[in-house]
Unconditional design. Structure first.
Length: 98
């Protein structure tokens, strides 16, 4: 299982537009084969800091997502919304218990 944390610093003046574009991305990603979870959260104390928390079945699912039209379209537009470079961390994980 692959877990991704993508930290996004969003321009306050573009926040509403960012959320509309992100909503479309999240909905389309939920339909992808190999996606376990894909959610956007706003930090409660972080101003306009958001984190996308992604859980994928395997690296092949991540690779397919990274080339999907909805992701590449979002990535191309993201620079318009962000005030800092995207901070992405990838983790290889296994479920320990339910």
């Amino acid at each position: 299982m692959i877990i991704t944390h993508a930290l996004l610093q969003v321009n306050p003046a573009r926040e509403q537009e960012f959320l509309e574009v992100a909503k479309t991305l999240v909905a389309a990603t939920h339909e992808e084969e190999g996606n376990i979870s894909y959610e956007l959260y706003k930090h409660t104390a972080g101003g306009n800091t958001y984190i996308m928390v992604e859980i994928w079945r395997d690296q092949a699912a991540v690779a397919a997502h990274n080339t999907s039209p909805h992701f590449t379209g979002f990535a191309a537009k993201a620079k318009e919304f962000l005030t800092a470079p995207l901070d992405v961390k990838l983790y290889n994980a296994e479920e320990l218990s339910k």
